[in-house]
Design a protein around this ligand. Structure first.
Ligand code: NAD
Length: 485
């Protein structure tokens, strides 16, 4: 298990107006390493007072130097944030793995690299953005003037802490806003370092702020009179709370919420590729990725072979210390979440499911929240394990006979985030995929992203889209100006 030297301790303070500060009442709580259950440090708990201070710093900064900074200069600062993230890649990856329990190689390859890339992408993108203009006969010219929305609140979850925070912060800054970030209380460390990085990159004081704390801190931000927009990633139920809190002030809202994503594997698919990728889409990051495919539907002629080979590869996944290079599945993020996932395994048993692999806490660990990668068969479409988001290393597999039958099951959900379709039939690849009620459909692949494309969910998986122009439009306001000719 992790050596003592890996038990890095870091206290997490708020970052307000360019300074790290404690709460006025000095209240903190402990940040626990989910792989060892040791305390990593104390996290400040922000209340209304700290949220007020952060929002007021952001408001002041909005109308200061940031507003009048030439585009190229702002773009260079945003690019520099990306550079500094990469310069501190090893440190940030280590903090991310200590906080989340995910394998170190994954933090390096996905979380930190992609966090830097978010800044590089929007630093470029912002220099190319235009607006609309219309000539109306010889009466008038209409053109749209773009401006920032104002002070934006960015509320984030624990599964990809730095990556998801920067996915919001980068476009918010690129469009000229100032921000108050609220990282997850479960994984506060890399966001805390981000404050220092922004300052070093030349972001003026007050432009980027951060308040730590629980849901109440996020709620104070969502209902704040002087916050103009909230971009939130997290659970669907939290999204509904934020919507209520934001309603009286009619804030702009962007929501990336939960999912229960289907993988549909037709018998004509490349089975090698389908299995390889399905192992990844099921268990990467301990299954704690909103895009993980947790409902797997396999066409009957391929069902038995798929199950045998999928189970064989799943059993070979090493569950272990996040800092061990061989580890493929680390610890779940917290004891609370671990109990929730184990609770679903009990439900699966009660519902008559069969565990093809896993089905229990991983053995051989005195401490930490490790669960074996679990494949469940024999559950029907009404099973809670098939319908509810478990957000752990747990998938269900169900056979199907016809396209119509599987499509009905695939769409029979309140969620609509993503799906993967596996087939070598081009007609089906386009026709069937187009009928799936999800914001993102991958065909013969998974998690292949291009930051220009619309990202987000439909139904109760989200509101609006992020990515390229979609992010930029969310963080902008347009004024139409009409010039009479
Ligand atoms: P969560 O909703 O419990 O918490 C997310 C954030 O919201 C945290 O910072 C939390 O403190 C804050 N919060 C909690 N209550 C609040 C309230 N009433 N008002 C304002 N803020 C509040 O989510 P989680 O457990 O941290 O993350 C897991 C969830 O995130 C899963 O449902 C997963 O699918 C979803 N997720 C979605 C995407 C996506 O892109 N669609 C990406 C990652 C995670």
């Amino acid at each position: 298990m992790q050596t003592e030297t890996k038990q890095k301790v870091m206290d997490c303070s708020h970052f307000i107006n360019g300074e790290y500060v404690q709460s006025s009442n000095a209240k903190t709580f402990e940040n626990v390493n989910p792989a060892t259950e040791t305390v990593l440090g104390n996290i400040a708990i922000g209340g209304k007072q700290e949220v007020d201070q952060a929002v007021s710093a952001a408001r002041k900064a909005l109308n200061g130097e940031w507003k009048n900074m030439p585009l190229k200069e702002r773009s260079n600062i945003i690019r520099k944030i990306g550079d500094l993230i990469l310069e501190r890649k090893d440190e940030l990856a280590e903090l991310e793995s200590l906080d989340t329990g995910k394998p170190l190689w994954l933090s390096q390859k996905v979380d930190i690299d992609r966090a830097a890339n978010n800044f590089y992408f929007f630093a470029d993108y912002m220099t190319t953005v235009g607006t609309e203009a219309y000539e109306q006969d010889d009466l008038a010219i209409h053109y749209a003037k773009r401006r920032p929305v104002g002070v934006v609140g960015l509320i984030n979850p624990w599964n990809l802490p730095l990556f998801l925070m920067t996915w919001k912060l980068a476009p918010a800054l690129a469009a000229g806003n100032t921000a108050v970030m609220k990282p997850s209380e479960v994984t506060p460390m890399t966001a805390t370092v981000l404050g220092e990085i922004c300052k070093e990159a030349g972001v003026p004081d007050g432009v980027v702020n951060m308040v730590h704390g629980f849901g109440e801190t996020g709620a104070a931000l969502s209902s704040h009179e002087d916050v103009d927009a909230i971009a939130f990633t997290g659970e669907t139920i939290t999204g509904t709370e934020i919507m209520k809190a934001a309603a009286p002030t009619l804030k702009k809202l962007s929501f990336e919420l939960g999912g229960k994503n289907p993988n549909i594997i037709f018998a004509d698919a490349d089975i090698e590729d389908a299995i390889e990728t399905t192992v990844r889409s099921s268990f990467i990051n301990q299954g704690e990725v909103c895009l993980c495919g947790s409902r797997i539907y396999v066409e009957r002629p391929m069902y038995d072979e798929f199950l045998d080979r999928f189970a064989e590869k799943t059993k070979a996944l090493v569950v272990g210390d996040p800092f061990d290079a061989d580890t493929k599945v680390g610890a779940l993020v917290s004891e609370e979440h671990y109990r929730k996932v184990l609770g679903y395994l009990d439900i699966a048993k009660e519902e008559g499911g069969t565990f093809l692999t896993g089905g229990k806490a991983a053995e051989g660990f005195d401490k930490g929240f490790f669960v074996e990668p679990t494949i469940i068969t024999g559950l029907g479409k009404d099973s809670r394990c098939v319908r509810e988001e478990i957000f752990g290393p747990v998938v269900t597999v169900i056979p199907f006979d016809t396209e119509e039958e599987v499509l009905e099951q695939v769409n029979d959900t309140h969620y609509g985030l993503s799906a993967s379709v596996w087939t070598s039939n081009v007609k089906r690849a386009t026709g069937f995929s187009g009928k799936i009620e999800a914001g993102i459909v991958w065909v013969n692949t998974w998690f292949l992203r291009d930051l220009r494309t619309p990202f987000g969910g439909m139904k109760r998986s989200g509101l609006g889209r992020e990515g390229g122009s979609h992010s930029f439009d969310f963080y902008s306001e347009l004024t139409n100006i009409t010039l009479k000719m």
